[in-house]
Design a protein around this ligand. Structure first.
Ligand code: ATP
Ligand code: MG
Ligand code: MG
Length: 380
Protein backbone atom coordinates (compact mmCIF):
# COMPACT_ATOMS: atom_id res chain seq x y z
CA UNK A 1 0.00 0.00 0.00
CA UNK A 2 1.63 3.32 -1.07
CA UNK A 3 2.21 5.95 1.61
CA UNK A 4 1.95 9.65 0.76
CA UNK A 5 3.90 12.00 3.02
CA UNK A 6 2.45 15.50 3.42
CA UNK A 7 4.45 18.47 4.75
CA UNK A 8 2.01 20.61 6.70
CA UNK A 9 -1.07 19.41 8.55
CA UNK A 10 -3.77 21.99 7.83
CA UNK A 11 -7.12 21.56 6.12
CA UNK A 12 -5.50 20.96 2.73
CA UNK A 13 -3.58 17.96 4.11
CA UNK A 14 -6.77 16.81 5.78
CA UNK A 15 -8.72 16.90 2.51
CA UNK A 16 -5.81 15.23 0.66
CA UNK A 17 -5.81 12.40 3.21
CA UNK A 18 -9.58 11.99 2.85
CA UNK A 19 -9.22 11.78 -0.95
CA UNK A 20 -6.29 9.35 -0.73
CA UNK A 21 -8.10 6.75 1.39
CA UNK A 22 -10.46 5.33 -1.29
CA UNK A 23 -7.47 4.94 -3.63
CA UNK A 24 -5.88 2.65 -1.06
CA UNK A 25 -3.22 5.28 -0.34
CA UNK A 26 -2.11 5.83 3.24
CA UNK A 27 -0.92 9.25 4.39
CA UNK A 28 1.56 10.47 6.97
CA UNK A 29 1.47 14.16 7.85
CA UNK A 30 4.27 16.29 9.36
CA UNK A 31 3.46 19.41 11.33
CA UNK A 32 5.08 21.25 14.23
CA UNK A 33 1.69 21.53 16.01
CA UNK A 34 0.41 18.47 17.86
CA UNK A 35 -3.18 19.59 17.23
CA UNK A 36 -2.82 20.21 13.45
CA UNK A 37 -6.28 19.45 12.02
CA UNK A 38 -5.10 16.81 9.50
CA UNK A 39 -4.05 14.78 12.53
CA UNK A 40 -7.73 14.02 13.14
CA UNK A 41 -7.91 11.94 9.94
CA UNK A 42 -4.32 10.77 9.37
CA UNK A 43 -1.27 9.81 11.44
CA UNK A 44 0.74 12.90 12.40
CA UNK A 45 4.46 13.17 13.00
CA UNK A 46 5.18 16.21 15.12
CA UNK A 47 8.39 17.89 13.93
CA UNK A 48 9.84 21.26 12.92
CA UNK A 49 11.04 21.90 9.35
CA UNK A 50 14.65 21.85 10.51
CA UNK A 51 14.36 18.71 12.63
CA UNK A 52 16.33 16.73 10.05
CA UNK A 53 16.52 13.58 12.19
CA UNK A 54 12.71 13.40 12.36
CA UNK A 55 12.41 14.23 8.65
CA UNK A 56 14.80 11.38 7.85
CA UNK A 57 12.49 8.95 9.69
CA UNK A 58 9.56 10.45 7.80
CA UNK A 59 11.32 10.00 4.44
CA UNK A 60 12.00 6.34 5.26
CA UNK A 61 8.30 5.69 5.89
CA UNK A 62 6.76 7.30 2.79
CA UNK A 63 6.90 6.65 -0.97
CA UNK A 64 6.26 10.21 -2.14
CA UNK A 65 6.36 13.59 -0.39
CA UNK A 66 4.06 16.51 -1.18
CA UNK A 67 2.99 19.79 0.42
CA UNK A 68 -0.02 21.25 2.18
CA UNK A 69 2.10 24.30 2.98
CA UNK A 70 4.21 26.05 0.34
CA UNK A 71 6.55 27.82 2.72
CA UNK A 72 8.48 24.75 3.76
CA UNK A 73 12.15 25.90 3.66
CA UNK A 74 13.82 25.12 0.33
CA UNK A 75 16.65 23.43 2.25
CA UNK A 76 14.16 20.99 3.84
CA UNK A 77 12.54 20.16 0.50
CA UNK A 78 15.96 19.68 -1.09
CA UNK A 79 17.19 17.33 1.67
CA UNK A 80 14.03 15.24 1.40
CA UNK A 81 14.37 15.11 -2.39
CA UNK A 82 17.75 13.43 -1.94
CA UNK A 83 16.02 10.51 -0.16
CA UNK A 84 12.54 10.22 -1.66
CA UNK A 85 10.44 11.48 -4.59
CA UNK A 86 9.18 15.03 -3.86
CA UNK A 87 6.35 16.53 -5.98
CA UNK A 88 6.14 19.33 -6.92
CA UNK A 89 9.93 19.50 -7.28
CA UNK A 90 11.87 21.83 -4.93
CA UNK A 91 12.76 24.24 -7.76
CA UNK A 92 9.08 24.79 -8.61
CA UNK A 93 8.40 25.30 -4.93
CA UNK A 94 11.22 27.85 -4.67
CA UNK A 95 9.86 29.91 -7.58
CA UNK A 96 6.33 29.92 -6.16
CA UNK A 97 7.65 30.96 -2.73
CA UNK A 98 9.05 34.22 -4.06
CA UNK A 99 6.67 36.80 -5.54
CA UNK A 100 9.52 38.36 -7.54
CA UNK A 101 10.68 35.08 -9.14
CA UNK A 102 7.06 34.07 -9.72
CA UNK A 103 6.04 37.27 -11.52
CA UNK A 104 9.26 37.24 -13.54
CA UNK A 105 8.41 33.71 -14.68
CA UNK A 106 4.83 34.72 -15.53
CA UNK A 107 6.15 37.39 -17.87
CA UNK A 108 8.61 34.98 -19.43
CA UNK A 109 5.66 32.66 -20.13
CA UNK A 110 3.67 35.45 -21.83
CA UNK A 111 1.40 36.19 -18.88
CA UNK A 112 1.30 39.91 -18.13
CA UNK A 113 1.31 41.02 -14.47
CA UNK A 114 0.61 44.19 -12.52
CA UNK A 115 3.61 46.56 -12.76
CA UNK A 116 6.09 45.56 -10.04
CA UNK A 117 9.48 46.56 -8.64
CA UNK A 118 11.67 44.83 -6.02
CA UNK A 119 12.13 46.84 -2.81
CA UNK A 120 14.91 46.16 -0.31
CA UNK A 121 15.47 49.58 1.28
CA UNK A 122 13.47 52.71 2.16
CA UNK A 123 15.11 54.50 -0.80
CA UNK A 124 14.02 51.65 -3.11
CA UNK A 125 10.45 52.23 -1.98
CA UNK A 126 10.51 55.88 -3.13
CA UNK A 127 12.02 54.86 -6.47
CA UNK A 128 9.48 52.05 -6.87
CA UNK A 129 6.57 54.39 -6.12
CA UNK A 130 7.83 56.82 -8.74
CA UNK A 131 7.94 53.97 -11.25
CA UNK A 132 4.77 52.03 -10.37
CA UNK A 133 2.62 54.96 -9.25
CA UNK A 134 -0.18 54.96 -6.67
CA UNK A 135 -2.35 53.32 -5.49
CA UNK A 136 -0.01 50.38 -4.95
CA UNK A 137 0.48 47.38 -2.69
CA UNK A 138 3.72 46.64 -0.87
CA UNK A 139 4.08 42.89 -0.19
CA UNK A 140 6.68 40.69 1.45
CA UNK A 141 8.30 38.58 -1.27
CA UNK A 142 8.00 35.47 0.90
CA UNK A 143 5.80 33.87 3.56
CA UNK A 144 2.64 35.94 2.94
CA UNK A 145 -0.79 34.30 2.83
CA UNK A 146 -4.41 35.38 3.36
CA UNK A 147 -3.35 38.99 2.72
CA UNK A 148 -0.78 38.97 5.54
CA UNK A 149 2.48 40.83 4.97
CA UNK A 150 0.85 43.46 2.74
CA UNK A 151 0.35 47.19 2.98
CA UNK A 152 -1.90 49.17 0.65
CA UNK A 153 -0.63 52.65 -0.24
CA UNK A 154 -3.21 55.18 -1.42
CA UNK A 155 -0.50 57.67 -2.32
CA UNK A 156 3.25 58.22 -1.94
CA UNK A 157 2.44 59.92 1.38
CA UNK A 158 1.77 56.44 2.85
CA UNK A 159 5.38 55.34 2.26
CA UNK A 160 6.53 55.96 5.85
CA UNK A 161 3.59 54.04 7.30
CA UNK A 162 4.19 51.15 4.88
CA UNK A 163 7.88 51.07 5.79
CA UNK A 164 7.11 51.13 9.52
CA UNK A 165 5.11 47.96 9.03
CA UNK A 166 7.17 46.09 6.44
CA UNK A 167 10.70 47.49 6.87
CA UNK A 168 11.72 44.65 9.19
CA UNK A 169 10.64 41.78 6.89
CA UNK A 170 12.27 43.75 4.05
CA UNK A 171 15.65 43.29 5.70
CA UNK A 172 15.07 39.53 5.93
CA UNK A 173 13.51 38.54 2.62
CA UNK A 174 12.86 41.64 0.55
CA UNK A 175 9.62 43.21 -0.62
CA UNK A 176 7.86 43.87 -3.88
CA UNK A 177 5.78 46.94 -4.78
CA UNK A 178 2.91 46.21 -7.15
CA UNK A 179 0.56 48.58 -8.91
CA UNK A 180 -2.96 48.27 -7.49
CA UNK A 181 -5.09 46.82 -10.31
CA UNK A 182 -8.70 48.03 -10.54
CA UNK A 183 -9.68 44.62 -11.90
CA UNK A 184 -13.13 43.75 -13.30
CA UNK A 185 -12.98 40.30 -11.76
CA UNK A 186 -10.75 37.78 -10.08
CA UNK A 187 -10.41 34.29 -11.50
CA UNK A 188 -8.29 31.27 -10.75
CA UNK A 189 -7.43 28.27 -12.81
CA UNK A 190 -6.68 24.97 -11.08
CA UNK A 191 -4.39 22.73 -13.07
CA UNK A 192 -2.84 19.30 -12.67
CA UNK A 193 0.14 17.72 -14.39
CA UNK A 194 0.98 14.05 -14.05
CA UNK A 195 4.40 12.41 -13.80
CA UNK A 196 3.97 11.41 -17.47
CA UNK A 197 3.23 15.02 -18.52
CA UNK A 198 -0.55 14.55 -18.86
CA UNK A 199 -2.00 18.02 -18.23
CA UNK A 200 -5.53 19.15 -17.39
CA UNK A 201 -7.31 22.19 -16.01
CA UNK A 202 -10.60 22.52 -14.20
CA UNK A 203 -13.01 25.19 -15.47
CA UNK A 204 -12.07 28.74 -14.44
CA UNK A 205 -13.35 29.77 -11.02
CA UNK A 206 -14.58 33.26 -10.15
CA UNK A 207 -13.41 34.43 -6.71
CA UNK A 208 -14.33 37.18 -4.27
CA UNK A 209 -12.03 38.19 -1.43
CA UNK A 210 -12.77 40.05 1.76
CA UNK A 211 -9.86 41.74 3.60
CA UNK A 212 -7.43 39.76 1.42
CA UNK A 213 -9.03 36.39 2.33
CA UNK A 214 -11.05 34.26 -0.10
CA UNK A 215 -14.72 34.53 0.78
CA UNK A 216 -16.68 33.05 -2.13
CA UNK A 217 -15.98 30.99 -5.28
CA UNK A 218 -18.28 30.26 -8.21
CA UNK A 219 -17.45 27.55 -10.74
CA UNK A 220 -17.45 27.35 -13.64
CA UNK A 221 -16.99 31.13 -13.81
CA UNK A 222 -19.72 32.53 -16.09
CA UNK A 223 -18.98 34.46 -19.30
CA UNK A 224 -15.29 33.67 -19.63
CA UNK A 225 -15.30 33.10 -23.40
CA UNK A 226 -11.78 32.71 -24.73
CA UNK A 227 -10.22 33.40 -21.31
CA UNK A 228 -10.64 29.69 -20.53
CA UNK A 229 -8.43 28.55 -23.39
CA UNK A 230 -5.92 31.32 -22.67
CA UNK A 231 -5.71 30.42 -18.95
CA UNK A 232 -5.28 26.74 -19.78
CA UNK A 233 -2.44 27.48 -22.22
CA UNK A 234 -0.67 29.77 -19.74
CA UNK A 235 -0.99 27.18 -16.97
CA UNK A 236 0.36 24.52 -19.29
CA UNK A 237 3.35 26.67 -20.26
CA UNK A 238 4.13 27.38 -16.60
CA UNK A 239 3.79 23.72 -15.62
CA UNK A 240 6.08 22.58 -18.42
CA UNK A 241 8.72 25.23 -17.66
CA UNK A 242 8.79 24.14 -14.02
CA UNK A 243 8.51 20.42 -14.83
CA UNK A 244 5.67 20.63 -12.35
CA UNK A 245 3.95 17.50 -11.02
CA UNK A 246 0.76 17.84 -8.98
CA UNK A 247 -2.05 20.35 -8.68
CA UNK A 248 -1.44 24.11 -8.65
CA UNK A 249 -3.58 27.22 -8.77
CA UNK A 250 -2.91 30.28 -10.87
CA UNK A 251 -4.61 33.39 -9.44
CA UNK A 252 -5.60 35.88 -12.12
CA UNK A 253 -7.06 39.36 -12.42
CA UNK A 254 -9.08 40.41 -15.44
CA UNK A 255 -8.48 44.03 -16.47
CA UNK A 256 -9.90 45.40 -19.73
CA UNK A 257 -10.79 41.81 -20.58
CA UNK A 258 -7.15 40.69 -20.36
CA UNK A 259 -5.64 38.20 -17.88
CA UNK A 260 -2.96 39.39 -15.44
CA UNK A 261 -1.05 36.97 -13.21
CA UNK A 262 -1.27 37.61 -9.46
CA UNK A 263 0.40 34.55 -7.96
CA UNK A 264 0.58 30.78 -8.16
CA UNK A 265 -0.01 28.37 -5.29
CA UNK A 266 2.13 25.22 -5.71
CA UNK A 267 -0.51 23.00 -4.12
CA UNK A 268 -4.21 22.35 -3.93
CA UNK A 269 -6.00 25.64 -3.37
CA UNK A 270 -9.01 27.07 -1.55
CA UNK A 271 -10.60 28.21 -4.82
CA UNK A 272 -10.69 24.56 -5.95
CA UNK A 273 -12.62 23.20 -2.96
CA UNK A 274 -15.82 23.21 -5.02
CA UNK A 275 -14.33 20.39 -7.09
CA UNK A 276 -14.88 17.89 -4.24
CA UNK A 277 -18.57 17.70 -5.07
CA UNK A 278 -18.76 19.87 -8.20
CA UNK A 279 -16.30 18.12 -10.53
CA UNK A 280 -15.97 14.58 -11.84
CA UNK A 281 -12.58 14.35 -10.09
CA UNK A 282 -11.63 16.69 -7.25
CA UNK A 283 -8.38 18.65 -7.03
CA UNK A 284 -7.47 16.52 -4.00
CA UNK A 285 -7.96 13.18 -5.73
CA UNK A 286 -6.09 14.33 -8.85
CA UNK A 287 -3.23 15.65 -6.74
CA UNK A 288 -2.88 12.27 -5.04
CA UNK A 289 -3.14 10.51 -8.41
CA UNK A 290 -0.56 12.78 -10.06
CA UNK A 291 2.17 12.60 -7.41
CA UNK A 292 1.81 8.82 -7.22
CA UNK A 293 2.06 8.45 -11.00
CA UNK A 294 -1.53 7.17 -11.40
CA UNK A 295 -3.75 8.12 -14.37
CA UNK A 296 -5.50 11.48 -13.90
CA UNK A 297 -9.27 11.79 -13.63
CA UNK A 298 -11.67 13.95 -15.62
CA UNK A 299 -11.67 17.58 -14.47
CA UNK A 300 -15.06 18.55 -15.96
CA UNK A 301 -17.61 20.31 -13.75
CA UNK A 302 -20.91 18.67 -12.89
CA UNK A 303 -23.30 21.62 -13.16
CA UNK A 304 -22.46 24.75 -11.14
CA UNK A 305 -21.06 25.14 -7.63
CA UNK A 306 -20.84 27.98 -5.15
CA UNK A 307 -18.40 27.70 -2.25
CA UNK A 308 -18.69 29.76 0.93
CA UNK A 309 -15.61 30.07 3.12
CA UNK A 310 -16.13 30.14 6.86
CA UNK A 311 -13.62 32.56 8.37
CA UNK A 312 -13.07 32.91 12.12
CA UNK A 313 -15.95 30.70 13.27
CA UNK A 314 -18.44 28.24 11.76
CA UNK A 315 -22.09 29.17 11.26
CA UNK A 316 -24.86 26.73 12.20
CA UNK A 317 -24.47 23.58 10.10
CA UNK A 318 -28.14 22.62 10.08
CA UNK A 319 -29.34 24.96 7.29
CA UNK A 320 -26.55 23.64 5.06
CA UNK A 321 -27.35 20.04 5.91
CA UNK A 322 -31.02 20.68 5.09
CA UNK A 323 -30.23 22.18 1.65
CA UNK A 324 -30.37 19.86 -1.36
CA UNK A 325 -26.90 19.15 -2.82
CA UNK A 326 -25.15 21.35 -0.25
CA UNK A 327 -22.03 20.00 1.44
CA UNK A 328 -20.61 20.85 4.84
CA UNK A 329 -16.89 20.86 5.64
CA UNK A 330 -15.76 21.44 9.22
CA UNK A 331 -11.96 21.37 9.42
CA UNK A 332 -11.99 20.58 13.15
CA UNK A 333 -10.01 23.75 13.97
CA UNK A 334 -10.36 26.11 16.93
CA UNK A 335 -12.25 29.29 16.10
CA UNK A 336 -9.91 32.28 15.79
CA UNK A 337 -10.29 35.67 14.06
CA UNK A 338 -9.25 35.51 10.40
CA UNK A 339 -8.73 31.73 10.43
CA UNK A 340 -10.23 29.44 7.76
CA UNK A 341 -12.25 26.96 9.81
CA UNK A 342 -14.50 25.37 7.18
CA UNK A 343 -16.45 25.81 3.99
CA UNK A 344 -19.71 24.77 2.36
CA UNK A 345 -20.37 24.06 -1.31
CA UNK A 346 -23.81 24.30 -2.88
CA UNK A 347 -24.23 22.53 -6.24
CA UNK A 348 -26.99 22.58 -8.85
CA UNK A 349 -27.59 21.68 -12.48
CA UNK A 350 -28.09 25.24 -13.72
CA UNK A 351 -27.68 28.87 -12.68
CA UNK A 352 -31.34 29.40 -11.72
CA UNK A 353 -31.40 26.35 -9.43
CA UNK A 354 -28.08 27.31 -7.85
CA UNK A 355 -29.26 30.89 -7.25
CA UNK A 356 -32.46 29.65 -5.59
CA UNK A 357 -30.67 27.10 -3.39
CA UNK A 358 -27.74 29.30 -2.42
CA UNK A 359 -29.93 32.39 -1.95
CA UNK A 360 -32.27 30.61 0.46
CA UNK A 361 -29.34 29.10 2.34
CA UNK A 362 -27.41 32.37 2.60
CA UNK A 363 -30.49 34.12 3.98
CA UNK A 364 -31.04 31.35 6.54
CA UNK A 365 -27.43 31.72 7.67
CA UNK A 366 -27.55 35.52 7.74
CA UNK A 367 -24.86 35.50 5.01
CA UNK A 368 -26.78 37.37 2.33
CA UNK A 369 -24.04 39.98 1.95
CA UNK A 370 -21.35 37.32 1.49
CA UNK A 371 -23.38 35.58 -1.23
CA UNK A 372 -24.65 38.74 -2.95
CA UNK A 373 -22.01 39.16 -5.70
CA UNK A 374 -22.45 35.59 -6.92
CA UNK A 375 -26.25 35.67 -6.68
CA UNK A 376 -26.28 38.85 -8.78
CA UNK A 377 -24.26 37.08 -11.46
CA UNK A 378 -26.55 34.07 -11.34
CA UNK A 379 -29.47 36.36 -12.14
CA UNK A 380 -31.07 36.67 -8.72
P1 ATP B 1 -3.46 33.87 -0.65
O1 ATP B 1 -2.14 33.17 -0.81
O2 ATP B 1 -4.20 33.52 0.59
O3 ATP B 1 -4.29 33.86 -1.91
P2 ATP B 1 -1.83 36.26 -0.41
O4 ATP B 1 -1.58 36.71 0.97
O5 ATP B 1 -0.76 35.58 -1.14
O6 ATP B 1 -3.17 35.43 -0.46
P3 ATP B 1 -2.49 37.98 -2.68
O7 ATP B 1 -3.08 36.90 -3.48
O8 ATP B 1 -1.26 38.65 -3.17
O9 ATP B 1 -2.26 37.57 -1.16
O10 ATP B 1 -3.58 39.12 -2.41
C1 ATP B 1 -4.81 38.83 -1.78
C2 ATP B 1 -5.91 39.56 -2.51
O11 ATP B 1 -5.68 40.97 -2.47
C3 ATP B 1 -5.99 39.23 -3.98
O12 ATP B 1 -6.68 38.02 -4.22
C4 ATP B 1 -6.70 40.47 -4.51
O13 ATP B 1 -8.08 40.44 -4.19
C5 ATP B 1 -6.04 41.57 -3.70
N1 ATP B 1 -4.84 42.04 -4.41
C6 ATP B 1 -3.58 41.57 -4.31
N2 ATP B 1 -2.73 42.21 -5.12
C7 ATP B 1 -3.46 43.11 -5.79
C8 ATP B 1 -3.15 44.09 -6.80
N3 ATP B 1 -1.90 44.27 -7.27
N4 ATP B 1 -4.17 44.86 -7.25
C9 ATP B 1 -5.43 44.70 -6.78
N5 ATP B 1 -5.77 43.82 -5.83
C10 ATP B 1 -4.81 43.02 -5.34
MG1 MG C 1 -0.48 33.65 -1.77
MG1 MG D 1 -3.55 35.01 -3.42
Amino acid sequence: QPVLGILGGGQLARMLALAAAPLGVKTLVVDSAADACAGQVAPLLQADWTDYAALERFAAEVDVVTFDFENVPAETAQRLAERVAVFPNPRALAVAQDRLAEKTLFRACGLDTPAFVAVDTREDLDRALAEVGAPAILKTRRLGYDGKGQFRLRSAADADAAWAELGAPARQHGLILEAFVPFERELSVLAVRGRDGDFRTWPLTRNWHSDGVLSLSLAPAPDVGELQARATELARTLAERLDYVGVFALELFVRDGVLLGNEMAPRVHNSGHWSIEGAVTSQFENHVRSVLGLPLGDTAARGLSLMFNWIGALPDAAPVLRTVDAHWHDYGKQARAGRKVGHATVCAGDAAALAARAGTLAAALGRGAQAAPALALLGR
